[in-house]
Design a protein around this ligand. Structure first.
Ligand SMILES: N[C@@H](CCC(=O)N[C@@H](CS)C(=O)NCC(=O)O)C(=O)O
Length: 205
């Protein structure tokens, strides 16, 4: 049994962690849940993630939930893979900013656009401000490339990159050239390709 176990529904947000695990390259097990069968609401899974959501990752005795937290954790837990920016490096600031920007700004901006509120919230109330500003800020960050921090591919690319890729796939993120180029660079990564192939096989189970 591997030290790492991913609680996964294929495909879903846990596919992002599947990709991250492929980037890390350490052995891991998968516990497959069927959301349609309500596996995520069963007591044994609620004991792992009381939110009833995937993903969850077990690493030895530790359980981590939330995509961005798991990606941050894995990058720090296996520093030799160079998917993190270590404490003490000034680039740790922007690195953390993008890891938090994914679930804190990008994803809420996209979801609010897909499922609009009855009454529009004031810009100042929304952590992401407005959709266009959020997209513009991310587009500028990935424009130069190849990665969000420049030459080094990090967990921040997994979090932001997954949001961009899947957002465009579901027509929820604009198919700007900048985003398409960045998504193409991601799609060429062997780890992303392995994760996608595994997910397809798991979906068919
Ligand atoms: N904030 C969570 C969101 C996780 C999430 O919403 N997962 C969805 C799958 S994409 C889920 O488990 N949905 C099942 C449900 O809510 O019943 C994270 O980033 O991990």
């Amino acid at each position: 049994m591997a030290d790492l176990t991913l609680y996964h529904a294929a495909p879903s947000r846990s596919s992002i962690v599947l990709w991250m695990l492929e980037e890390v390259g350490e052995p891991y097990d998968i516990r497959l849940l069927k959301l349609s069968a309500g596996d995520n609401r069963k007591p044994d899974y609620l004991a792992i993630n009381p939110m009833g959501k995937v993903p969850a990752l077990r690493h030895g005795e530790v359980v981590i939930t939330e995509v961005a937290a798991i990606c941050t954790y894995l990058a720090d837990a296996f520093p030799d893979k160079k998917l993190n920016v270590p404490i003490g490096d000034p680039r740790r600031g922007p690195y953390l900013k993008w890891l938090f920007f994914g679930p804190g700004c990008f994803e809420p901006a996209v979801i609010d656009r897909a499922a609009p509120r009855k009454e529009e919230a004031r810009r100042a109330m929304l952590g992401y401000g407005d959709f266009d500003t959020t997209m513009n800020v991310v587009a500028k960050a990935v424009e130069k490339g190849p990665w969000i921090l420049g030459e080094q591919f990090t967990a921040a690319d997994v979090v932001i990159g997954a949001n961009i890729r899947w957002g465009m796939m579901f027509k929820m993120v604009p198919e700007r050239e900048t985003f398409m180029d960045y998504a193409a660079r991601i799609a060429a990564r062997p780890a992303a390709q392995r994760a996608e192939a595994k997910d397809k096989a798991l979906e068919a189970k």
